[in-house]
Design a protein around this ligand. Structure first.
Ligand code: ADP
Ligand code: MG
Length: 313
């Protein structure tokens, strides 16, 4: 895996790098697939220089290749399953939340998305035989809803050392979508020397939704979300980690998506997430999760409860 950054490319000085980043060209891949005229414009360089930069990026970027089915099967054997604390929900997911994949949990306010995020931040620290991945957690919190007190309750319920459990969770507040994307890039750095097995982005879409308003901003929003999701997916693959992202549903029908139960982010988020769980409230502390989309599992539903101890059957 290439670790070079765009500053390492010939012809990219600090000023050019800054302009490129501002325009959304943050990694080699985005430059490798850029058009020379676009690049020339945003970086205020000649097209000749732009072409040189693009060619250099193409040489350095890991554009991927073809693998045989048996190689992929070998890698799939490493896939871990992380317990949610509720057997019915784990069964729905074929044994738990998978590593090397992005799981998207979407639903209305109060449906339990943040509770699941907290729960996984605890269970991922459990031994493998108890459904954990013996790993640490990074959380990008965009709505200021991380509560250490809640982690303490859930850790105690699993007989984990509460203080140690908190020490294995790194939380960063993201103040806007740009900051959120930068934080995700930072995780890749961090994961090099920390056994991170769970990355949470709660919420994936709130900033994007608030900042990119209207029809004219849609293409830009989707392109940025796409980059963000693919950065997360790379972390999932390289570090054999579970990626959990939360998403809201459209509060009211808008011009693009008439269905009020549709998640935000449209097909970009939908196609990049490997598992999509639609959550809704039921009676009392009961919640219903529906598996909406999966490459290898049947669609279905599971009922679980949100209790003081966490997610349970
Ligand atoms: P969202 O989907 O908006 O992220 P949350 O995951 O924050 O929703 O869910 C909030 C709900 O979780 C509360 O309304 C409550 O039902 C439940 N909940 C939160 N904390 C506790 C707790 N300590 N004990 C039991 N239930 C809780
Ligand atoms: Mg929430």
């Amino acid at each position: 895996m290439s670790e070079k950054s765009i500053e390492d490319l010939p012809g990219v000085g600090p000023t050019t790098a800054e302009k490129l980043k501002e325009a959304g060209y943050r990694d080699l891949m985005s430059l490798a697939v850029a058009s020379p005229s676009d690049l020339a414009e945003v970086a205020e360089i000649g097209e000749g220089t732009a072409i040189k930069i693009i060619n250099a990026a193409r040489k350095e970027a890991d554009i991927g290749g073809f693998e045989t089915g048996d190689t992929i099967l070998e890698r799939r054997k490493l896939v871990g399953k992380l317990t949610s604390g509720a057997k019915a929900l784990d069964d729905l997911l074929g044994g738990g939340f998978e590593t090397q994949a992005i799981s998207e949990v979407y639903g209305e306010f109060g449906s339990g998305k943040t509770q699941i995020a907290h729960q996984l931040a605890v269970t991922v620290q459990l031994p493998r035989k108890e459904g954990g991945l013996e790993g640490q957690v990074v959380m990008i919190d965009t709505e200021n809803t991380f509560r250490p007190e809640r982690i303490l309750q859930m850790a105690t319920a699993f007989d984990l050392d509460p203080k140690e459990t908190l020490q294995n969770i790194r939380v960063a507040r993201a103040f806007n979508s740009h900051h959120q994307m930068l934080l995700a890039e930072k995780i890749a750095e961090m994961a090099k020397d920390t056994p991170i097995r769970l990355v949470i982005v709660d919420s994936l879409t709130a900033h994007f939704r608030a900042e990119f308003v209207g029809r004219g901003a849609l293409a830009d929003r989707q392109q940025k979300l796409n980059t963000h999701m693919h950065n997360l997916l790379r972390i999932a693959d390289i570090h054999n980690a579970v990626i959990l992202v939360t998403n809201q549903v459209q509060a009211k029908p808008d011009t693009f998506f008439g269905d009020p139960t549709r998640p935000i982010g449209g097909h970009i988020v939908g196609h990049t997430a490997t598992f999509r769980l639609y959550m809704r409230k039921s009676k009392g502390d009961k919640r219903i999760a529906r598996l909406v989309d999966s490459p290898n599992l049947p669609d279905g539903e599971a009922v679980f409860s949100v209790t003081k101890d966490g997610i349970r059957d």
